[in-house]
Design a binder for this molecule. Structure first.
Ligand code: LLP
Length: 403
């Protein structure tokens, strides 16, 4: 049991708390579901990019799935070997491509014909041969929130099968490109197995048709997306997930690459925030807390549900309240109509499932410093990011004040 009260007293609030032992267990469960096949788990560091969290996964043998050169450098700094780093994303700049090629990472995930052209040109200028993978958009509805759906032609991600094939032929004929992988990622927080299986089948068929024209790939990159329980969702087990994928790969000698983010981190993270005030507007009850949408954006952005646990002496009856932050936006809330007892100043609320897309989606809106982050491993608790102070927020502006 994590002693949230003690953590809040020591490190103050708002505060992110990560349970690294939970994250290890999730990692091992997913990794072992793919046993019997060569596989690399490449932690999607966008879900939680704290250096100590990345380092934790690197120590377990994880690679990293990155979507900016900044993330690539985070992975390198945290000790992920370059040969386990993947660089994805629809809009890589020339500079990012150049640096990724120089770092000799596992491969660049290419998302358009135009990008393939840029990568080839840059590799040529550098006198390099760049390993690439192509992100295929299988046009399958992943049945998740529209904002985190990526595998339909309506979405900006990846290329159609025919385009992908053309790109593989071009890459295979290029002196500067080495097509080693194929990639798909149809969305996040997936709770239905069928769309994953169907996508894998489509992509595996493309691998076979490439084999027929003597293009041999090594890596079958299935992206991330495995959903987790926030409330009462029925989730896919890692075993069923792996079985569904592996069943499409019969007869193919490919290393499976998986890019899990949320599955590894979401339920290993907690956001701690203190009650400032209770207030009423007519019949409506509000609990105002010291954390805001700048700390944890998911409820505001996706109307995402996060369980809230109140740590209080209050024995009053539960009644519905909106839990809101101090940010000047009506959309600044963690929950609406949540059943809570009457709360006192300084009572603690623990917002669950905050380990993925929590701190990383934070901002300094309203000139609010981002919260501190702490990690728990065994009996040890350590600070892994200092709370931002006012001076940190103005550091890049101050010198221009007098100009
Ligand atoms: N690989 C690729 C290419 C991705 O685009 C993503 C997530 C992942 C892996 C990791 O997906 P995961 O295993 O975490 O589902 N901010 C949203 C989620 C955005 C996901 C973007 N891509 C949220 O808070 O729900």
């Amino acid at each position: 049991m994590i002693n949230f009260k003690e953590l809040a007293a020591t490190y103050k609030t708002p505060l992110y708390v990560y349970d690294l032992d939970y994250m290890s267990a999730q990692y091992e469960e997913l990794k072992s579901a793919f046993k019997g096949r060569k596989s690399i788990m490449a932690f999607a560091i966008k879900s939680n990019s704290n250096l100590s969290v990345i380092k934790h996964f690197a120590t377990l043998g994880s690679g990293a799935d990155c979507v900016s050169i900044g993330e690539v450098y985070r992975a390198v700094l945290a000790g992920v070997p370059n040969y386990k780093i993947i660089f994805s994303g629809v809009g890589k700049s020339d500079d990012e491509i150049t640096q990724a090629i120089k770092l000799d990472i596992l491969y660049i995930n290419v998302e358009s014909e135009a990008e393939l052209g840029r990568v080839e040109l840059i590799a040529k200028e550098l006198g390099a041969k760049c390993r690439i993978s192509i992100r295929v958009n299988p046009n399958i509805d992943p049945q998740t929130h529209p904002y985190i759906s990526t595998g339909l032609h309506d979405n900006k991600f990846g290329v159609e099968i025919d385009t992908a094939k053309r790109m593989y032929i071009k890459a295979n004929n290029s002196e500067y490109l080495d097509p080693v992988g194929i990639h798909f990622h149809i969305g996040s927080q997936l709770t239905e197995l069928k769309p994953i299986y169907e996508s894998a089948e489509i992509v595996a068929d493309l691998v076979r048709s490439l084999q027929n024209i003597k293009i041999e790939l090594k890596f079958f990159d299935i992206g991330g997306g495995l959903g987790v329980k926030y409330k009462d969702e029925t989730t896919i087990t890692p075993y069923d997930y792996a079985q569904a994928i592996l069943s499409t790969l019969k007869g193919l000698d490919l290393t499976v690459i998986c890019e899990p983010g949320r599955f590894l981190t979401a339920n290993g993270g907690y956001f701690l925030t203190k009650v400032l005030y209770e207030k009423r507007n007519g019949d409506k009850r509000f609990v105002v807390v010291d954390g805001g949408m700048n700390d944890l954006l998911r409820p505001s952005l996706y109307k995402a549900y996060h369980k809230i646990e109140a740590i209080t002496e209050s024995l009053t009856k539960l009644s519905e309240a909106d839990v809101v932050g101090p940010v000047c936006e009506s959309g600044d809330f963690f929950a609406k109509g949540y059943l809570l007892p009457t709360l006192e100043h300084n009572d603690l609320l623990v917002i669950h499932s905050a380990g993925a897309y929590g701190f990383g989606m934070g901002s300094n809106y309203n000139t609010r410093g981002r919260s501190a982050e702490v990690a728990i491993k065994g009996k040890e608790v350590k600070l892994i990011r200092k709370r931002e102070e006012f001076e940190d927020l103005i550091a890049l502006e101050k010198e221009y004040l007098d100009n």
